[in-house]
Design a protein around this ligand. Structure first.
Ligand code: NAP
Length: 529
């Protein structure tokens, strides 16, 4: 981090209004530095060339913490997507023919470049997405790890040999890349949601057309720039953004695109799944969650609420507060329903509320800030409507409960109590900094409430009883169960959901299967000597 930036960060201990004014200057310093490094790319990438929209239409990317303009980027649609698909299709032939080891070297170089620009990419994430800088740097480390992991896996895409059923035959399974991949990603993790897809796709020999969210395209473009510097050949990695439905429909309609991988809302995921049927594409979906956290009477309260805060630093590191308030509550695995057993409810609610009260809200560039703004006004309105609905049905506010005095899209970290299953917040993702506390009596009741949802991405439980830990983990209808731990994501483990939370898995050795076709090869009529 530069000396100048350090000084700018120090100047943030000001009144909310002054802080926003200062941030404005600081944000422009960050963007001009990124620009001088060549990392503030404002064009799409098609066939290795930085490109504008054919009709020069643009859209604005804004800093959610200040509302100020960061950049104008091309508003692309059908034409540019068709060009990007052609470029990816043409590049597939040579990229898929490289050895795993050759692809591995390029991916490894990309990883090294991403890590050497970790702070630059982190600043870009904070600038366009709003999350605190330390969290943004964490996202870069997490996201880059997928490129490193799949650089290694590129050398381990094994097939199989099957014992034949007759002596003159030999039976094999070959694993081959599926082809051109369309990858559509959301704004909440503008870097990691891309690398989780592009890493395994490129490792397998696929080529990709990425469509990042129009709200956060700059991180994707910077990562692509570093990919070019690492030697990813033209056409292997393309980035288009703009008219999301038109780009999506073009990817779906093309018979050259053989796979759609999507992270985002369940509603859009369902549309894409239906659209992929016309050309029978392979589909993987990482969709919305509605994560329950079950805190049993026998939980270690320290672990459950731990990490909340120390007075010198409000960096939130662990467990439920982290699981709820990370990224201002805007993650698919954020704790959405906190179920607390009656014997520990009051004690837990007090300790939890104390921790939440100390979370510092502000511009993600300011030191000590644990919670940035929400992504836009629609997100704030969704939070307000969930709180209004809950309060009208008997819930009470324990902490927060209103827009933050900083204005714009800042919202107070909020805890509400006496929540029940009749309230909207128990059925839908709030996707904001609101922790609803439910009270339950028995283990069976908690499992029933936890599973009573169409979502099935992540669930958390807190208990010191090892038999209960196994019993409840097995009963939860979720793709991920995290016991006595709030932060579980890692490139080495499979990430994905049951039910309407998605299809397929990202990360780990299983992640490559999403980008491979299996070919059964039968050699017959072999002559014996
Ligand atoms: P979203 O509205 O579904 O958008 C996701 C992506 O889809 C964006 O790139 C968006 O483009 C694009 N899109 C929107 N409409 C489209 C269409 N008709 N055709 C093709 N693409 C379309 O979701 P979001 O609000 O950005 O993200 C939040 C959601 O993502 C939450 O539900 C969260 O739980 C989920 N999520 C899931 C995971 C997981 O791993 N399961 C991880 C992170 C987030 P524009 O933004 O340019 O409009």
């Amino acid at each position: 981090m530069s000396m100048m930036l350090r000084m700018a960060l120090r100047s943030c201990h000001l009144s909310p209004f002054m802080r926003l004014c200062r941030m404005s200057t600081e944000a422009s310093k960050v963007s001009s530095r990124l620009s001088s490094l060549g990392l503030l790319r404002t064009q799409g990438l098609i066939g290795g060339k930085w490109s504008d929209a054919h009709d020069r239409k643009t859209l604005k990317v804004e800093n959610p913490a200040t509302g100020e303009l960061i950049a104008d980027i091309p508003f692309m649609g059908r034409k540019e997507t068709t060009d990007a698909i052609s470029a990816a299709y043409n590049a597939f032939h040579s990229w898929s023919k490289l050895t795993g080891s050759e692809r591995s070297k390029i991916l490894r170089k990309w990883y090294d470049l991403l890590i050497s620009h970790k702070e630059d990419l982190g600043q870009l994430i904070t600038l366009e997405q709003g999350k605190p800088l330390q969290e943004a740097n964490g996202e870069v480390g997490y996201g880059a790890a997928f490129i490193e992991f799949y650089a290694e896996e590129a050398k381990r895409i094994y097939g199989d040999i099957i014992p034949p059923t007759s002596a003159d035959r030999r039976l094999f399974v070959l694993k081959q890349p599926v082809g051109v991949v369309g990858a559509i990603t959301p704004w909440n993790f503008p870097f990691a949601m891309i690398t989780r897809k592009v890493g395994p796709a490129l490792a397998c020999g696929c080529t990709v057309v990425v469509k990042p969210s129009e709200l956060t395209p700059l991180t994707a473009l910077a990562a692509a720039e570093l990919g070019l510097q690492a030697g990813i050949p033209p056409g292997v990695l393309n980035v288009v953004m703009g008219n999301a439905p038109e780009i999506g429909d073009t990817l779906l309609a093309s018979s050259q695109v053989r796979k759609i991988t999507f992270t985002g809302s369940t509603a859009v995921g369902k549309k894409l799944m239906a659209g992929a049927a016309s050309t029978v594409k392979k589909v993987s979906l990482e969709l919305g969650g509605n994560a329950p956290v079950i805190v049993f009477d026998d939980a270690e309260l320290d672990v459950a609420v731990k990490g909340a805060v120390s007075s010198s630093s409000s960096m939130i590191s662990f467990t439920i507060i982290a699981a709820k308030f990370r990224n201002s509550g805007q993650t698919c695995v954020c704790a959405n329903r906190i179920l607390v057993q009656e014997g520990i409810y009051d004690q837990f609610a007090n300790a939890f509320a104390k921790g939440v009260e100390q979370l510092q809200v502000g511009n993600g560039f300011a030191e000590g800030v644990a919670q940035g703004p929400l992504i836009n006004q629609a997100a704030v309105e969704k939070v307000e409507s969930h709180i209004h609905d809950a309060l009208s049905k008997g819930a009470n506010v324990i902490v927060g409960g209103k827009r933050h005095s900083l204005g714009l899209t800042f919202y107070e970290p909020t805890v509400i109590g006496n929540v029940n299953t009749e309230m909207k917040i128990s059925r839908e993702e709030v996707f904001g900094p609101v922790a609803p506390l439910f009270r339950f009596r028995t283990e069976q009741e908690a499992i029933e409430i936890a599973n009573n949802t169409n979502a099935g991405l992540a669930a958390y439980l807190y208990t010191t009883n090892i038999s209960r830990l196994w019993r409840v983990s097995e009963a939860l209808e979720y793709g991920i169960v995290s016991a006595n731990e709030g932060l579980f994501s890692t490139e080495v483990a499979p990430f994905g959901g049951f039910k309407e939370s998605g299809l397929g898995r990202e990360g780990s050795k299983y992640g490559v299967d999403e980008y491979l076709e299996m070919k059964y090869l039968c050699l017959g009529n072999l002559k014996s000597a």
